[in-house]
Design a protein around this ligand. Structure first.
Ligand SMILES: [Zn+2]
Ligand SMILES: [Zn+2]
Ligand SMILES: [Zn+2]
Length: 203
């Protein structure tokens, strides 16, 4: 192989010299035909995959041929060999949460092929807190997720309003000035003051 490369190099050099007008002493027709046969043998050699490629260009050619040959045979194998009777085993590769989907990876224990499947969101893990309706606030149930703090509130009952007791007069009204009274809520002890109208002098 080394010999053929060197011969080829010599030929190239000769051609170069001819091109420059500096012809070698005696142009030998046998040499030319010999060189031609060398070229052919080199071309043939490039198809042999296990050769020690010395010239980088040849290495490239050889590897290209090798690669294309391999990929072709692989493609043929894929079409002719019957499909693997897959036996899938799965592993949870990402746990789902209430804010993100999870991932389950199936792998065939025979051929190693794998694919992913999404695991749906988990339900929120709500903790319930109930507020009973009172005089001024409506009743509600608040649901808060202990994982992500998502929260929503349901109204259960409108505000009750104050349950006032007896109206007590603090200042009696006169014909000139209004009076003042107050009453207190029996539930929350809120006290409201009310002004009493002036007395009508005609009464
Ligand atoms: Zn398989
Ligand atoms: Zn949540
Ligand atoms: Zn009240």
């Amino acid at each position: 192989m080394k010999h053929t490369i060197i011969s080829l190099a010599c030929l190239s050099l000769s051609v170069l010299l001819i091109g420059c007008g500096k012809q070698p002493d005696i142009p030998d027709p046998t040499k030319v035909s010999e060189a031609a046969s060398v070229t052919e043998s080199v071309t043939e050699n490039t198809t042999i995959p296990d050769q020690e490629a010395i010239h980088p260009e040849f290495t490239e050619i050889a590897s290209t041929i090798e690669t294309s040959t391999t990929s072709t045979s692989e493609a043929e194998e894929n079409t002719t060999i019957p499909a693997c009777a897959h036996e899938w085993k799965f592993k949870v590769t990402k746990q789902p949460s209430c804010t993100a989907t999870g991932v389950r990876t199936y792998t065939c224990k025979n051929c190693g092929s794998s694919y992913n499947e999404n695991i749906p969101f988990l339900d929120h893990a709500y903790v319930i807190s109930e507020r009973k309706a009172d005089c001024t606030n409506s009743g509600s149930i608040t649901h808060t997720c202990k994982e992500c703090r998502h929260t929503y509130t349901e109204k259960t009952q409108p505000a009750l309003g104050h349950a006032y007791g007896e109206l007590k007069t603090l200042i009696n009204p006169t014909e000139l000035l209004p009076g003042l009274a107050e009453h207190t809520c029996t539930r929350c002890q809120f006290t409201e003051q009310i002004s009493l109208p002036k007395l009508n002098p005609e009464k």
